[in-house]
Design a protein around this ligand. Sequence first.
Ligand code: XIL
Length: 428
Amino acid sequence: MHSKSVLAALLAPAAVSAQLNDLAVRAGLKYFGTALREGAINSDAQYAAILGDKREFGQLVPENGQKWESTEPTRGQFTYTQGDITTNTAKKNGQGVRCHTLVWYSQLPSWVRDGSWTKATLTEVMETHINNVMGHYIGQCYAWDVVNEAVGDDGNWRPNVFLSTFGTDYIPLSFNLAKKADPNTKLYYNDYNLEYNGAKTDRTVELVKLVQAAGAPIDGVGFQGHLIVGSTPSRSNLATTLRRFTALGVEVAYTELDIRHSSLPASSSAQVTQANDFANVVGSCLDVAGCVGVTVWSFTDKYSWIPETFPGQGDALIYDKNFNKKAAWTSISSVLAAKATGVPPVSSTSTSTSTSTSTLTTITTTRVPSSTVTSTRTTSAAPSSTSSASGAEQTRWGQCGGRYWTGPTKCQSPWTCQVQHEWYSQCL
Ligand code: XIL
């Protein structure tokens, strides 16, 4: 290489992108991740391309492939075809993996669920399952959800075959077995509705203490984050709830985030509320030392478990069914960028009734100053939109500017290009 080009390379700005995992890492998180739908990855190239871009998603979780019914549908016969889809995809793209899940009442084959067990025989079944599955994925999982959903919505221990055989002793037992099978992965308890800080959260605090008091290892608590637009707690309340767990010495993460509209189609104001709710969830993770990352439970409304589980509800994710980024994507990007750079999102100057203004107001008022980022950055938060050679115009929600953006900078009428933060302007 000529010395001149070496110099040019040294002076060039570091290759950064405004994509979610890159921003999350710059903001101090370990990753921004997504669940992988096994049935879609080989049949939908657009899905695979976005999911496989590690600048956007640094970590993958199999949506169903590692569950007991997938890995050991018949006693003693293990199959990893579905689970391996995620680990192979992650390997190919240089992404990490969260592994999910070992001891859970649901998606549990009937030979376990309906068996008649003693403590000794069920211990043997659990040990064989955990040894085989964790052994197969050893060295590949950042964390394992060892026990999933052991607490009922009313705050009582959830009835299941494990509870009826052992009482709550099955919980520390599971963590001990997991530690023996893979001593080097993080061992998590994972559940939903912990975000509301009610009776279920209280019982889960008790669960962590119970495992610790039994001398068993537990490293983390996963907040699934299956939330509802307009009913998502505030950023500071979410942070308070996360801290109840980090105070016990475990890390926390949002592990299955989606925020569903309770009726469809969503109005544009509901989309703004959704965007603010996502920003508050991600922001709360940024606010809590010990919150390591955020995973969305799939990223596109095309593939989401919500409509099949909650009929009439949905559009809970950050890309729409056609893989366009939604306002929720932008709000997450903004809250991450604000933390990553210490530069608050730039308020829109638009006087229209554009939805972005209220989104940005909320984000601006809820952000905390960053102390983590020492990277070089320009002092200006203005976008350095380079002009588009093609003269093409972006549709609503499309990107139209930002540092290093080389695509179109004009928006189709009536939308205007509005600065969200230094790396991202959007047609709104
Ligand atoms: C869901 C999957 O997304 C669906 O495809 C499947 O039919 C049911 O399970 N809590 C969990 C996840 O821990 O494993 C669940 O995933 C959603 C709720």
